[in-house]
Design a binder for this molecule. Structure first.
Ligand code: VGL
Ligand code: ZN
Length: 214
């Protein structure tokens, strides 16, 4: 992109860095292919933002989204829960575990808030705004509102789950939203990545690259 068309984030913009945690990186319990590759990209991207929010997937042991909580089910099976269809995952990001820790090379000292999500035992939360029951709020909307933030840039892991849901909810809650593609990596099961990009486009979420940010 030509220099004069690069996007320069300001006081009303925030970068949301989603779930850059050990369990989503190679060697982790729900490893996203090449998930660790986002770390240097995200570190560099964050330098362009005065406002940065981090999220951390943060499940209690025995969380309802874990396949181990459903006898006879395997990871990546789906089940019907009271709030709808739920993909079952390997146990991951258990509160206080090494897997739940942020990647050790993530270096964004000026980040202002860490939102922990998925801590209700019976409800998953891909989105940093609304839990999977689509009603319970994490508090991030109120926080950004009080801070005067109007637009969010979303990056991290995984593109087709927590990144996409966060960007979609941002739009639903009236924020401008962009996804920084090369600062994300996907799980991509059964076409989930292509489906996510399609939904994002329909919702008016812009798809950009980290080099588009000045
Ligand atoms: C995520 C599946 C389960 C994510 C979190 O961060 O994308 N995916 N929990
Ligand atoms: Zn999770």
């Amino acid at each position: 992109m030509a220099d004069n068309s690069r996007i320069k984030p300001g006081a009303k913009d925030a970068l949301i860095v989603v779930d850059v945690q050990n369990d989503f990186c190679p060697g982790g319990r729900l490893a996203v292919q090449k998930g660790d590759e986002v770390v240097p990209v995200v570190n560099a991207l964050a330098k362009h933002f005065e406002n940065v929010v981090l999220t951390q997937d943060w499940h209690p042991p025995g969380h309802r989204s874990f396949a181990t909580s459903h006898p006879g089910k395997k990871p990546f099976d789906t089940v019907k829960l009271p709030y709808g269809e739920q993909v079952l995952w390997p146990d991951h990001c258990v509160q206080g575990s090494d897997g739940a820790a942020l990647h050790k090379d993530l270096s964004i000292a000026h980040a202002q808030l860490v939102v922990r999500k998925g801590w209700h035992r019976e409800v998953d939360s891909y989105s940093a705004f609304l839990e999977a029951d689509r009603r319970t709020r994490t508090g991030l909307d109120g926080y950004l509102d009080e801070r005067g933030i109007e637009r969010v840039f979303v990056c991290g892991l995984a593109t087709d789950f927590c990144v996409a849901w966060t960007a979609l909810d941002a739009r639903k809650l009236r924020f401008g939203a962009l996804v920084v593609e090369d600062a994300c990596r996907a799980i991509d099961m059964q076409g989930s990545l292509a489906a996510a990009w399609e939904k994002l486009k329909k919702a008016g979420v812009r798809r950009i690259q980290s080099g588009d940010v000045a």
